[in-house]
Design a protein around this ligand. Structure first.
Ligand SMILES: C[S@@+](CC[C@H](N)C(=O)[O-])C[C@H]1O[C@@H](n2cnc3c(N)ncnc32)[C@H](O)[C@@H]1O
Length: 257
């Protein structure tokens, strides 16, 4: 699992990250992910709410509330990475209340950030176009870094964990919210929905098949909780843990620098 000596951008035999067919390497995978999210940006919010039956709103709210001890601090800086159209960022802002933390949303898909900017008119939020694997932020700048349904799309998970670690201040916290794979009978039903029904509805509404075939494949490829926690520890995080949401359909990984 240790690929610390890896040259940035050059995958080692142990590199794990998102892949979009037919992309074969890290750079091609990142570029395909960026293109895919740029293409679906206009319908992204609608699709999200329809396909998750709006449970996504609860997951964002629950994650933001879990970290309100940081977001309510006037002296804190918070980064919502892979912010997309900003719904996790808005959940953080609502928890922060007036006089809370300074909140930045970052994403590498320009059309997603355009939606976020439109949706946040008048709010004191900052949007930055940035690649999560190479962020334009100084070391130790943030007290909290969140990522909702974004981290799974990174082309190199260990590089992503190390880059988040770099921008976190000492004692800063990370929260990675993403889909999981529930076990048992519910898991079977859920997998049927996720692998058959969701791609069909998603393709119909978005008019393109790729992203909604990619979604279940990317969740299946994502490390199981124990492996993800081990990768977080290897990247330097302490007190790492995982809290499943909604019978494990989603869940949040968290830890401290
Ligand atoms: C599924 S969307 C999630 C958006 C939002 N956080 C939410 O909860 O709705 C994933 C986002 O991750 C972004 N993303 C994927 N890889 C990225 C990278 N390397 N750097 C920055 N953003 C990335 C995509 O552009 C996309 O907007």
């Amino acid at each position: 699992m240790d690929d610390a000596k890896q040259v940035p951008g050059e995958p080692s035999a142990n590199t794990l990250g998102a892949r979009v067919e037919p992309a074969q390497d890290q750079a091609a995978a990142a570029s395909a992910v960026r293109q895919m999210f740029s293409n679906i940006a206009p319908r992204y919010d609608l699709l999200n709410h329809v396909l998750s039956l709006s449970v996504d709103r609860y997951w964002w709210w629950r994650t933001a509330r879990r970290f309100r001890h940081i977001v309510r601090r006037a002296d804190a800086a918070v980064l919502d990475l892979c912010c997309g159209t900003g719904d996790m960022t808005f959940a953080l802002y609502r928890q922060a209340g007036p006089g809370g933390a300074a909140i930045v949303g970052a994403d590498f898909a320009h059309p997603m950030l355009c939606r976020a900017t439109q949706k946040s008119a008048g709010l004191p939020l900052q949007w930055v176009e940035a690649d999560a694997l190479q962020m334009p932020f100084a070391d130790a700048r943030f007290n909290l870094v969140t990522s909702a349904f974004g981290f799974r799309n990174l082309a190199n998970y260990d590089m992503g964990l190390r880059e988040i670690y770099r921008v976190l201040a000492d004692d800063g916290e990370v929260a990675i919210l993403d889909f999981g794979e529930p076990k048992g009978m519910l898991g079977k039903l859920y997998r049927f929905y996720f692998r058959r029904i969701l791609p069909a509805i998603g393709s119909m509404i978005s008019g393109t098949r790729g992203p909604y075939a990619y979604l279940p494949a990317s969740v299946a490829r994502f490390p199981q909780p124990q492996e993800m926690l081990a990768r977080m520890k290897a990247a330097g995080y302490r007190e790492v843990n995982y809290t499943p949401y909604t019978f494990g359909v989603a869940g949040v990984y968290w830890g401290k620098k």
